[in-house]
Each structure stands twice: as C-alpha cells, then as structure tokens.
Design a protein around this ligand. Structure first.
Ligand SMILES: C[S@@+](CC[C@H](N)C(=O)[O-])C[C@H]1O[C@@H](n2cnc3c(N)ncnc32)[C@H](O)[C@@H]1O
Length: 324
C-alpha cells in the first residue's frame, strides 16, 4: 500500500485559476460574451447591437447535435438582406430625394418603390417578428421609419423561443429604441405552441417577418403554421432567407429546391406569393426580391452590406399574402 506524504501536501497552496471572465456571470448570464457591433443604416443613423460576431465550433456542434441553438446571438445575412430593402434604401431615399431625382429617374423610381413598400408594410401597422435573435431586422425598420419622419409601426413585437436571446433582444431594443414602445415575447413555432402562448393575439398582425430562420428544413412547416396563425386575413408574411438547410439535391439546384419547398408550404397555409403584378418590385416573372436588382442601381450602401456576396449565397426575400 502506498503511503502519502502528508507533510508535503500541507505546504502546497493550490491556487485555482480565475476563469470567471470566460463564463456567464450570475446577474447577466451571457452578456460577458457579447461585443458591440455597429450597423450604420445611412444618413448618420447607426444601430449598435450587443451580439457575437460568429458562433464558436462548440455552438455549431451543439446545434447539429440538437443540444442547443445559439444562432440568435449573431446577425445573419438574411437580416442584412432584409435591412437593405426595408430599412437602408428607404431611409436613403426619403432623405435624399431631390438630388436623386436630378441624378437618375430609374434609380429614383426604384428606390421610391422600396420606400413605399416599407411604408405600406410597416408604418402604422401591427408588426411581429419570428425568430428575431438580436432584433436587428425589425429594429432597423423602426429606426428607418423614425429617421425618415415616417409613422412608426403602431405595434412592434419581437419574438423568439430562446430565453437568452430574448434578454439580448430586449437589451438591444432599450439601447437603440429608447422610449419607443415595443414588446419582446417568447413564441415558439408550430400550431400548438402558438395557440398555447398567443391565443389572444391570433390573426392580429398586419405584417409578420422572419429573417434567416431556415437552417433546418423541419422548421419550415411550424414556421408557416405560426405565421399563418398570427397574420390577419389580407396581411403579409415576409421571409428573407439564405439557403442553409441541407436538401437532397444538386448543389447548383439548392436555391430553387429550397424556394419550391417554401412555395409549397405557403400554399398549404393559404398564402399567395406576391410578384410584379402585385406591385412588388421584383423582376417580371419572378417571385422574390434579389440582390441583383439592387446591385444594378449602384447605390452607395454601408460597408457591412455586400450585395455581391448576398447574391452569391442566394439570399432572397419572398412576400406572401394571407388569402384565407
Ligand atoms: C439563425 S437565427 C436568425 C436570427 C435573426 N433573425 C437574424 O436573421 O439575424 C434563428 C433564430 O430563430 C430562433 N428559433 C429557432 N427555432 C425556433 C422555434 N422553433 N421557435 C422560435 N424561434 C426559433 C433561434 O432562437 C434564433 O434566434
């Protein structure tokens, strides 16, 4: 039997390393991890968000193993695509109309069509975001309206099903929107979850948005269930997406395969996709806003927006009308 040398042990002082800065603190579980990222929306308007720049390999492992989903802690390309169309260009348009009119009629007309689209969908409307994450997409719209002197949405609700992300979104709303009254609520997708948590608010929103939430195809049906339960008859569901979900098809067909699956779900839930004939500024015969359309206008956009990259990754925005 081995005998331990106790006299030696008594002399040794064990000093534990302080790793506390790497872990959550008790009052603000995740806030130590975040950094402030700046999103200039144009005309001196800046959105400052607490978020992470990218997910860690552990986050990705946990996501793929179904352990946890921390995707909402960063801002995704789908959100950037949405911000360009519904916040940045309308803001630029509303504040620089005179110089643009002289400069280029087509450019001005196209930018104006996006300003009108923003106003029709958001100003004075009851608006809900699904899977909001940091809150970037809808917050940018509110800031865009505010600084273009357009009416704000009548009622703005940010939702997600992740408690950590909801706290983050709340914090970002406070620091960017100040006294503007908005709500941050827990809402998980799917018929049962939606009815359970939001029974009194069913069919009460004019516009429902979701950006970059389709990284798992199994989310498609519950997402559409929730959207169709929350949007009022005649209301609009806007889906900004980037093909991320793995689909069984040729790589080159990924965009069209995912889009046809989205279209199929939309029909099943009484949504009609809107196109050029409905006054939506998409190419004739197309059913989605695509970066190419904006790229051709050569608008000076903030540095964090790379239309070439958004185009290359297949980012697009589809809009659906509830025809129930
Ligand atoms: C990739 S992030 C996108 C965040 C943000 N919309 C953006 O574009 O930057 C997906 C978000 O959807 C949320 N989410 C995922 N599944 C959900 C579900 N079943 N119900 C509600 N939210 C969900 C996640 O918590 C996360 O915040």
């Amino acid at each position: 039997m081995l005998e331990s040398d106790n006299s030696k042990d008594q002399d040794v002082e064990v000093i534990e390393e302080d790793w506390s800065q790497f872990g959550p603190s008790s009052d603000n579980p995740m806030f130590d991890y975040y950094e402030t990222q700046k999103f200039p929306l144009g005309q001196g308007v800046e959105m400052k968000l607490q978020c992470v720049e990218s997910l860690t390999p552990l986050d990705m492992m946990n996501l793929s193993n179904g352990i946890s989903d921390s995707t909402g802690n960063r801002v995704w390309s789908g959100a950037i695509m949405f911000m360009v169309y519904f916040a940045i260009v309308p803001l630029l348009q509303s504040t620089s109309i005179d110089s643009l009119e002289e400069e280029n009629d087509v450019k001005c007309e196209k930018m104006k069509s996006l300003q009108n689209l923003r106003d029709n969908l958001f100003t004075g409307k009851r608006v809900l975001e699904l899977g909001t994450g940091t809150g970037s997409s809808l917050m940018a719209v509110v800031l865009s309206c505010l600084h273009s002197k357009a009416d704000l949405p009548h009622h703005t609700v940010f939702t997600d099903n992740d408690e950590t992300v909801l706290k983050l979104c709340e914090q970002n709303c406070k620091s960017n929107l100040g006294a503007i009254n908005v709500s941050v609520e827990c809402l998980g997708w799917g018929k049962e979850e939606t009815i359970k948590s939001h029974k009194e608010k069913l069919y009460s929103f004019d516009t429902v948005i979701a950006t970059d939430v389709l990284y798992d195809l199994s989310a498609l049906q519950p997402l559409f269930e929730t959207a169709s339960l929350m949007v009022n008859p005649g209301g609009i569901f806007i889906l900004a997406h980037v093909p991320r979900a793995s689909i069984d098809c040729d790589l080159k067909d990924i965009c069209s395969s995912l889009e046809s699956k989205i279209l199929e779900q939309s029909r099943l839930h009484n949504f009609k996709v809107l196109g050029h004939e409905n006054g939506i500024p998409v190419e004739v015969g197309d059913y989605a806003l695509r970066p190419k359309w904006l790229k051709e206008l050569s608008i000076d956009l903030p540095d964090f927006v790379d239309l070439g990259e958004l185009d290359a990754i297949g980012a697009s925005i589809m809009m659906f009308k509830n025809v129930k």
